[in-house]
Design a protein around this ligand. Structure first.
Ligand code: F0G
Length: 481
């Protein structure tokens, strides 16, 4: 993408694809949006997609497929056992990751369930650069704990560091010694850290971290769900690897790990997941969990059509023209917001643009969920659906007190090949308006609070009538549009 230079224009990202199928969007009137937000219990997960203008909740399962992915669906081989589709998918994954064995699963968290069920015992400590909600929930469900050792600089919102997802190597070694290697069932590296702004991790850091793990005989697991963005960043930001192809970099990374798993809703641009393993014994030790939780070993709960599409998607993830689209649109959005003075995580990472709600809504205490409130404000003022990635997405401490997130973020995801630059401009415009009227935003409190993963299904209400006041100010500027 970035290879296209302009003659009389500042550099902007140019799509290396064209649109062949479209979906009509719906922009509700402002008053209607307020009603829908109230009905959704001030939880953007509970909005209906038809009531949303730009759905930037996630990139999970909503990336645009290519013509080649869609046409591959037609040759899907339906069989309970031994589907040819599975063997094609396995062969492609083996080619890409150099790992022989594939355990299919219906999505990423299903892989996390299998890994945790197989390896985590009560009292165990799983070390990570940073947790992901479902990865952590499966570990704690089994009585385990998570230690997050991302370098301190990863939690600084404004920065120009290229790899803010890097794990702190000194702390890693200290932590292993403190816990003792026997108590650490595996070290999980998330390449492309979801919850701290989609920030990448360098190859060099992955190499050093896995070397330490090997020294202590600890299993290494790569969460490759966001690998395609991370590959792009390694290629453009890691000097030593700039002459390597994406395929070569992928293989070098996979060679460091014992296990690679991913959400096919992200990696592969379809819907599904898999665990890849090099060692036969390791594979057999998890094999029985697939038919127990997912489906037979040659579909793992996935539709064969999705598996065929994903197999093409894996190849497309090795194409710089394809994988640059997300990060370059995100960078464009982040730069523009930064120029407007809106606190945003810099440098732009993968997955989406991340607004720093702790700064934007510094007047809202953390126990009133500033990021949760800001994400609601964006829907009210523009019909844009983002996702809260802060305290609301955490679980309470065992004593019932709030576990405050280290960052209060609103994520505006950029599903790949979905939104245009003019839609991105609209988002920037509305975020700026909300930022300029941030004093009107107030807090939220739970009305119904589930014990686990409360952000998915919880119901909240505003702590005052701030949504009405915000909508009134918005209508003054834009009418009931
Ligand atoms: N790991 C990472 C890094 C993820 O971002 C996700 C999902 C998962 C694992 C779980 O995969 O959804 O297929 O079960 N992230 C989605 C998101 C939900 O919106 O960021 P899954």
């Amino acid at each position: 993408m970035s290879s296209i230079k302009f003659y009389k224009h500042e550099q902007i990202p140019v799509e290396m694809h064209k649109v062949k199928i479209v979906q009509k969007l719906n922009l509700l009137e402002t008053d209607e949006r307020l009603k829908k937000m109230q009905e959704a219990g001030f939880n953007t997960f509970k909005l209906h997609n038809g009531d949303i203008f730009l759905d930037m909740l996630t990139d999970s399962g909503v990336n645009a497929m290519s013509d080649n992915m869609q046409s591959a669906m037609l040759r899907a081989d339906d069989a309970y056992a031994g589907s040819e589709t599975f063997y094609r998918m396995q062969e492609k994954l083996t080619e890409i990751f150099g790992m022989k064995y594939c355990l299919p699963a219906h999505q990423g968290r299903a892989c996390e369930n299998i890994l945790a069920t197989r390896f985590v015992k009560p009292g165990n400590c799983v070390i990570m650069n940073y947790h992901f909600t479902t990865a952590k929930a499966h570990i704690t469900r089994l009585g385990g704990r998570v230690e997050e050792l991302v370098k301190d600089e990863g939690l600084v919102s404004k920065s120009n560091l290229p790899f803010k997802g890097n794990i702190d190597l000194e702390k890693l070694e200290e932590c292993i010694k403190k816990e003792t290697p026997e108590n650490v069932p595996y070290i999980r590296i998330e390449s492309g850290t979801n919850l701290i702004g989609g920030q990448p991790i360098s190859y060099e850091n992955m190499k050093s971290a896995t070397d330490i793990a090997k020294k202590y005989g600890i299993l290494t697991v790569l969460d490759a769900s966001l690998l395609q963005d991370n590959l792009y960043f390694i290629k453009v930001r890691e000097e030593k690897l700039k002459n390597k192809s994406i395929r070569e970099i992928t293989r070098m990374i996979a060679d460091l790990f014992d296990i690679v798993y991913f959400s096919g809703r992200k990696f592969g641009f379809a819907r599904g997941g898999a665990i890849m393993v090099r060692d036969e014994e390791l594979f057999h030790s998890m094999e029985d969990l697939v038919p127990m939780f997912e489906g037979f070993l040659t579909y793992g709960g996935m539709s064969v059509k999705e598996m065929e599409a994903m197999t093409v998607g894996f190849d497309e993830s090795m194409d710089m023209d394809v994988i640059s689209q997300g990060p370059e649109f995100i960078e464009y959005c982040v730069k523009r917001l930064d120029e407007y003075g809106v606190p945003v995580i810099t440098p732009g990472g993968g997955l989406g643009a991340h607004l720093d709600a702790s700064q934007i809504c510094s007047h809202i205490p953390q126990e009133e969920y500033p990021a949760g409130a800001l994400v609601c404000a964006l829907y009210l003022c523009g019909g844009i659906r983002g996702m809260e990635r802060g305290t609301l997405s955490e679980e309470r401490n065992p004593d019932g007190s709030e576990r405050f997130a280290s960052m209060e973020l609103v994520r505006l995801a950029f599903p790949r090949r979905v939104f245009t630059l003019s839609q991105t401009e609209y988002v920037i415009d509305r975020v700026k308006w909300v930022f300029d009227h941030r004093d009107l935003i107030g807090g939220l409190k739970f009305v119904h609070e589930p014990k686990t993963l409360r952000f998915f299904t919880g119901i909240l209400e505003p702590t005052s009538n701030w949504p009405e006041k915000l909508v009134k100010a918005y209508k003054k500027e834009f009418g009931n549009q």
